[in-house]
Write a protein that binds this ligand. Structure first.
Ligand code: AMP
Length: 398
């Protein structure tokens, strides 16, 4: 079975074509600057990458180009788009209705339209990508995999905010959680790596990338997560503030005469590592600056690692114990310095890492960095959201 996984952003569209029998990626790539020019990069394992500049006025056109590349004599990997057996869509938000991955139909797309007000950034491009795929591949079964669905078992006292209750019932203001596909994949992979049944494990999975979230997973089910109504809540991120005292927002808006959109822009795009350092949203640049003596970069790293520590501590309390602590995503998988800072002085919680293993870890595979005296297993587990989407799509579209 060949499955195409699509991830549509506002001006981008990423794709991966999987052969499910072997689990291999046959081709992958991305379209960028949709609606404002256009560029496509297409990668086939074992061949040279192929990049073109091409006008991409819409997601429809981007998909047409992708289908052309997948079936191209020189750059393609299949002879006809009919060889695509199913399409899996990454969808950030399933609202309260879509609590698990589901087949795409009109009812789903219409519902997703109704929740655009609570998902204004990611909703419209996901809907555009789904509509374009349904139009171009009308006979091919399609599934949507929602980042929020891993959190459908979270209990109300953990997802309701202490605001007037009507904001929940009438406006849908509640914790939804994000990165669920990554946390779900990593928690399953962790159990597999340890040779244990996921139902027997208490885990905390730390997805640390440009966007970051931490999830408490009890017996394979998420019980709490750091992102909330939007991916803004939680720890400081590349450009997002994470949790702050909410009253700071009207204070700054009044003082600097900012509109709600301008304020949202500050919180989303100008805060986090970028805001604190004034230099970069990229952890690597902040670490390099800190090593050169930049005090604000050092402050940012301390704020980030302490933010992660605080959430881990609170989740150990919520889980009433911990068997495994897992690091994943760009920073979690690659940056041993951050893992060291997070796990420093955590022995009271039974968390001790092996400094050597942490530093000399092997990239790209699950890797155990547990220290000798640790009561908790500490692992690096590479995430693969696209493969998880392909697996769900295979199950739903067989
Ligand atoms: P992500 O959003 O998961 O792609 O992660 C982006 C963040 O991870 C950036 O802050 C990078 O500094 C960091 N990162 C990604 N890849 C690497 C790598 N190979 N080595 C070090 N840091 C990385």
């Amino acid at each position: 079975m060949k499955i195409l996984v699509i991830n549509s952003g506002s001006s981008s569209l990423k794709y991966q074509l999987f052969d499910m029998e072997s689990g291999n990626v046959l081709a992958k790539g991305g379209c960028e600057r949709i609606g404002a020019g256009g560029a496509v990069t297409h990668k086939v394992p074992g061949r040279e990458n192929y990049s073109i500049e091409v006008d991409l006025p819409s997601h429809d056109r981007a998909l047409e180009i992708v289908f052309g590349l997948l079936t191209d004599k020189e750059h393609g990997v299949i002879s006809s788009i009919d060889e695509i057996d199913a399409v899996g869509h990454r969808v950030a938000h399933g609202g309260e209705k879509y609590t698990k991955s589901s087949r795409v139909d009109d009812e789903m797309i219409n519902y997703l339209e109704t929740i655009v007000p609570i998902n204004p950034l990611h909703g419209p491009p996901a809907i555009k990508g789904m509509r374009a795929c349904v139009r171009l591949l009308p006979k091919t079964p399609q599934a949507a995999v929602f980042d929020t669905s891993f959190y459908s078992d979270i209990e109300d006292f953990r997802y309701i905010y202490a605001l007037p209750y009507e904001y929940y019932t009438e406006d849908g203001v509640r914790r939804y959680g994000f990165h669920g596909t990554s946390h779900r994949y990593v928690s399953q992979k962790t159990a597999e790596f340890l040779g244990k049944d996921v139902k027997t494990l208490k885990m905390i999975t730390c997805h640390l990338g440009n966007g970051s979230s931490i999830t408490a997973v009890d017996g394979g089910k998420a019980i709490d997560t750091s992102m909330g109504f939007t991916p803004q809540e939680g720890i400081p991120m590349g450009t997002r503030s994470g949790s702050i005292d909410p009253t700071i927002i009207p204070f700054i808006m009044k003082k600097h005469g900012l509109s709600p959109d301008e304020m949202a822009d500050v919180l989303n795009k100008k805060s986090g590592l970028l805001g604190i350092t004034g230099l970069s949203n990229d952890f690597r640049n902040c670490l390099a600056a800190s090593n050169e003596g930049n005090e604000r970069a050092t402050l940012a790293l301390k704020m980030l690692s302490n933010g992660i520590k605080k959430i881990i501590g609170s989740y150990v309390a919520e889980l009433n114990g911990l068997d495994v602590l897992v690091f994943t995503a760009g920073i979690g998988e690659n940056q041993y310095e951050l893992r060291r800072m997070v796990c420093e002085n955590m022995d009271a919680l039974g968390i001790v890492i092996d400094e050597e293993k942490n530093k000399n870890f092997t990239r790209g595979i699950p890797f155990d960095i547990t220290g000798e005296k640790s009561k908790v297993k500490v692992l690096i587990v590479p995430t693969d959201e696209e493969y998880m989407i392909a697996l769900d799509t295979q199950r739903l579209c067989k």
